[in-house]
Design a protein around this ligand. Structure first.
Ligand code: PLP
Length: 387
């Protein structure tokens, strides 16, 4: 079936790329060793440092977020090091699996995929580790597979309360630029992020923000590192250079994305995403369905994962919605496959786009034969109107 109008891309990343960012990227190739590039890189490095809220230089890789995970591990750790991970969902499990492939020894605190990383459980695990074998604590800020956001400042306090020297590493791939985040103030040692979610860019660029303590650990770390080596990235970056060919056109896009975010104001951006989350949950409640996240303090402002009623397949619902309304929703990942669908509400999105999205979900639920209360969309509109 052909469709008129625009496709609704309401997956929780990659997110929609604003037209002005698309235009900003359509530039001829320039000399990446020349003065024009130097000025571009220096400008975006300053801009992203503001987004991470760090005074240290940020490292930008021409790679997806997974690469920046690897960079965080290989730049700070040594073969056989133990790390503490927290199972918030699919992405935290992938990060742990990567650590194993690198010969690290991760211990995973088990989770239920419906709540965030529990600061008390982290505190307890660290208190038991009197020999300080854990070199790092790795958590995902916004678990994109479940729609649950972990409380990073509380996790920092729990590490400090245990008097433990482990580094704190945080994956903000789906939260940076959409959810309040403060690398320096929250005492995070390595923040990992990516371009294609809150920053509204295509995939292919990722970041490490680093603390002084992480830089010290880097000096001692003996895991092999070449492409990811912070030392070379930081030294070149200081002069507006990169150790290898940068993805210049994505950097043009980043410059424009930073301009858009600055124009709206980060506080307004964060408030808008919180409102989108509230409106979406109001719709889900009114439909009589259940949101996957069970902790009131941990609902994601970026996406909402919705449990399918017993006997219905979430992928069949997504198929109907794509076919009839030209809208893509996020699938359930690994053990949640078919059991949930995810509504992305991040990035370049307005109140009316969200209203359209929820209308499509409501009609799709009805077409799938699920008895939902049609006041769902109205409940969302009430929240959007009164904000
Ligand atoms: C998307 C995502 C990733 C994976 O990033 P890639 O860019 O696909 O490598 C990792 N963690 C989280 C939380 C994500 O949302």
């Amino acid at each position: 079936m052909t469709h008129s109008g625009r496709h609704f891309l309401q997956i929780p990343g990659p997110s929609n790329v604003p037209d002005s960012v698309l235009r900003a990227m359509s530039m001829p190739t320039i000399d990446h060793r020349g003065p024009e590039f130097q000025a571009l890189l220096s400008q975006v490095l300053a801009g992203v440092a503001d987004i991470f809220r760090t005074s240290n230089q940020v490292i930008i890789y021409p790679a997806t977020g997974t690469g920046a995970w690897e960079a965080a591990l290989v730049n700070t750790l040594s073969p056989g090091d133990e790390i503490l991970c927290y199972e918030t969902g699919h992405f935290s499990s992938l990060w742990k699996a990567m650590a194993e492939k690198w010969g690290l020894k991760p211990t995973m605190i088990e989770g239920d995929w419906r709540t965030g990383a529990d600061p008390e459980k982290i505190s307890a695990a660290l208190a038991e580790d009197t020999a300080h074998r854990f070199k790092a604590v790795c958590v995902v800020h916004n678990e994109t597979s479940t729609g649950v956001t972990s409380r990073i400042p509380e996790i920092r306090r729990s590490i400090d309360a245990a008097g433990h020297p482990a580094l704190l590493m945080v994956d903000t791939i789906s939260s940076l630029g959409s959810v309040d985040y403060r690398h320096d103030e929250w005492g995070v040692d390595v923040t990992v992020s990516g371009s294609q979610k809150g920053l509204m860019l295509p995939p292919g660029m990722s970041f490490n923000a680093v603390s002084d303590k992480a830089l010290d650990a880097h000096e001692r770390s003996t895991l092999p590192k070449s492409f990811w080596n912070w030392t070379e990235m930081l030294a070149s970056g200081k002069n507006g250079q990169t150790p290898y060919t940068p993805n210049t056109n994505l950097l043009y896009g980043l410059k424009e994305a930073l301009r858009i975010l600055d124009e709206e104001g980060m506080d307004n951006v964060f408030a808008r995403h919180i409102r989108f989350g509230e409106a979406t949950r109001a719709a889900v409640d009114a439909w009589g369905l259940e949101v996957l996240c069970t902790n009131e303090n941990e609902h994601s402002p970026v996406l909402t994962a919705v449990l399918m009623p017993e006997g219905f397949d979430a992928d069949e619902l997504r198929r109907i919605i794509l076919e009839r309304f030209n809208m893509s929703l996020g699938a359930g990942l690994s053990k949640l496959k078919g059991k949930i669908f995810r509504i992305g509400h991040l990035g370049d999105l307005s109140d009316l786009t969200l209203a359209g999205t929820l209308s499509g979900v409501q009609m799709g639920l009805q077409l799938a034969g699920i008895k939902v209360n049609p006041s769902g969309v109205e409940a969302a509109l009430d929240i959007l109107r009164d904000a």
